[in-house]
Write a new protein. Structure first.
Length: 202
């Protein structure tokens, strides 16, 4: 029961971090990155599908993305989804190929992105804290009901505390974002480090 509680908390926390990572890879930094549109939802014959399941996406230059739909019928839905997104990019259609030219970010847009990154980070932290609190309550209940030895319950609480290192990591990411707010692409680099996975495998 204790291990199941820890495993559930771990999965919830990893889910929060994974969601944050996906959000951050979609942040437009002025540099071309496939993560910008990978998970963009496309209305394809009545079903919503991520773009990376409908087309090959490649970087054609520092500020150019090239999208090649596997089905020509998906070209218009993809272009429409890009136009309706918050990317502020107009797709250029050349036959069955879609090109996205990323303009330099304005100062106003940079500030908006910083606010968005902060908000997403706070959401992730709240989610992780909630998972930790729920697990703590469950462990206390197990100990109170005598379903596991006290020593095992205390050990589980310590293991749970290790998971809170994720919070410290997220706070570090946010701090770096404030410090280098004109280099937002750096947040993706930090997110891709394996620190979190190493901690959770202990």
């Amino acid at each position: 029961m204790l291990q199941e509680t820890l495993d559930e908390a771990k999965q919830r926390m990893l889910g929060s971090v994974g969601a944050l990572k996906r959000d951050m890879t979609g942040v437009r930094t002025g540099r071309a990155s496939t993560g910008l549109v990978d998970n963009l939802k496309i209305d394809y014959f009545g079903s919503e599908m991520p773009l990376n399941q409908l087309a090959q996406i490649s970087v054609g230059g520092a500020r150019l993305l090239v999208i090649q739909p596997w089905d020509k019928n998906a070209t218009d839905p993809i272009a429409k989804a890009i136009q309706n997104s918050d990317l502020s990019i107009s797709p250029n259609i050349d036959g069955a190929i879609i090109r996205l030219n990323l303009p330099p970010l304005t100062e106003e847009r940079r500030k908006d992105l910083v606010k968005m990154v902060k908000a997403r980070g706070e959401e992730a932290k709240v989610s992780i804290r909630t998972a930790r609190r729920d697990a703590q309550d469950t462990i206390r209940m197990i100990e109170k009901e005598g379903e596991a030895p006290q020593d095992d319950c205390q050990r589980a609480q310590k293991d749970l505390q290790k998971l809170t290192l994720i919070l410290m990591f997220l706070e570090k990411i946010l701090h770096k974002n404030y410090q280098y707010c004109h280099q937002l692409y750096s947040i993706n680099i930090y997110l891709q480090k394996r620190f979190i996975v190493r901690v959770l495998r202990r």
